[in-house]
Design a protein around this ligand. Structure first.
Ligand SMILES: O=C(COP(=O)(O)O)[C@H](O)[C@H](O)COP(=O)(O)O
Length: 326
């Protein structure tokens, strides 16, 4: 098929819908799913010309890109796969795209496992770790610690409004880790029993700021006040190249219904008594300044947040223009 309209495979649209609706969530998992979707787009393409193939692939990347704004692993993944797309025929373009996506996905897995080994070195036998949200990078550190015979316990924050802490609790229990689940508001009280705060990241800015699930910054400030070190587990795919030139990271605002049910809204509106409607805001992420973070653990080693820019320059020295804009 070769009309002027780009053809996006339904599997790509389904993945984009799953990311937007958070059926696929967490920065690394989103990156992996997006790369897999581009591979499917390439495999199933029946574009008649190389130009049509590239146009469709770019449209697919754009559709995936527009799902959620905060985790930079998504554009970084798309960029990686599209950079590997090369060839003079449709079939060469197809195979290079699939190969690029497969390489990306394999590297993602390897990076997480390497990062886990590095992060595990920070944990000691008997340590109690407090988590926020659900991060596969953070869990990789605990898993690696357990594999090397270091026993840890976990205090798991529920993480309102979507309660990703329940996923973390489940995964940790499957690994045999004793887990205590707490509501977010109880975190400061339990910091007295905590040896490490361990969180993931959706994006890391050039100044070492950590963008992660809403509530991370408050936890980090409280941890500093209590003298508990804060460790951020983040593969280099979480490094946000645009922040090197001063751009800020967009914080996703999600629907009111995650905070207030339709019934609660009706009850509140029913009692409004002429008052303007109650405003609800639901930011999904926040920014933790570097001074509250002790270490950013990547597959390239652990870094004090202030020095992460050196690694960013090394990795993203060249242009970061989006290939799907071309
Ligand atoms: O904030 C979240 C998930 O937010 P959401 O549930 O809104 O996607 C996670 O801490 C990071 O994405 C890192 O996860 P990972 O280490 O798995 O990449």
């Amino acid at each position: 098929m070769d009309s002027d309209q780009p053809v996006v495979d339904p599997a790509v649209t389904a993945t984009a819908d799953d990311i937007a609706a958070m059926r696929i969530r967490g920065a690394a998992t989103i990156a992996d799913a997006a790369a897999a979707a581009l591979a499917t787009q390439a495999e199933r393409s029946d574009a008649a010309t190389p130009a049509a193939f590239e146009r469709d692939l770019r449209a697919s990347a754009r559709e995936l890109y527009e799902t959620r704004p905060t985790a930079v692993s998504l554009p970084n993944a798309l960029r990686y796969v599209l950079r590997g797309t090369e060839g003079d025929t449709v079939s060469a373009l197809q195979s290079s795209t699939v190969e690029s996506a497969e390489t990306f996905r394999a590297e993602l897995e390897q990076a997480q496992s390497k990062l886990g080994d590095i992060g595990a070195n920070r944990l000691r036998d008997g340590d109690i770790v407090m988590t926020h949200c659900h991060s596969t990078d953070a869990l990789a550190c605990i898993e690696a610690a357990l594999e090397s015979g270091t026993a840890v316990e976990a205090i798991v924050k529920e993480t309102r409004p979507r309660k990703q802490g329940h996923i973390t609790a489940q995964r940790l229990r499957e690994l045999g880790v004793p887990v205590t689940l707490i509501v977010d508001n109880a975190a400061r009280r339990y910091l007295d029993e905590t040896d490490h705060v361990l969180v993931g990241a959706d994006s890391i800015a050039a100044d070492g700021s950590v963008i992660n699930k809403i509530g991370t910054s408050g936890l980090a400030v409280n941890a500093r006040e209590r003298g508990v070190p804060v460790m951020v587990a983040a593969q280099t795919i979480k490094l946000h190249p645009d922040t090197m030139t001063g751009q800020t990271v967009a914080i996703e605002m999600r629907e009111e219904t995650e905070v207030l049910s339709a019934d609660e809204r009706t009850a509140i509106d029913g009692n409004a008594d002429g008052m303007p409607p109650l405003r609800v805001e639901n930011p999904a992420f926040d920014v933790t300044p570097p001074r509250y973070v002790d270490a950013i653990v990547t597959e390239r080693g652990q870094f004090p947040p202030e020095s992460i820019v050196t690694l960013m320059r090394e990795l993203f020295g060249e242009t970061t223009a989006e290939p799907w804009d071309g």
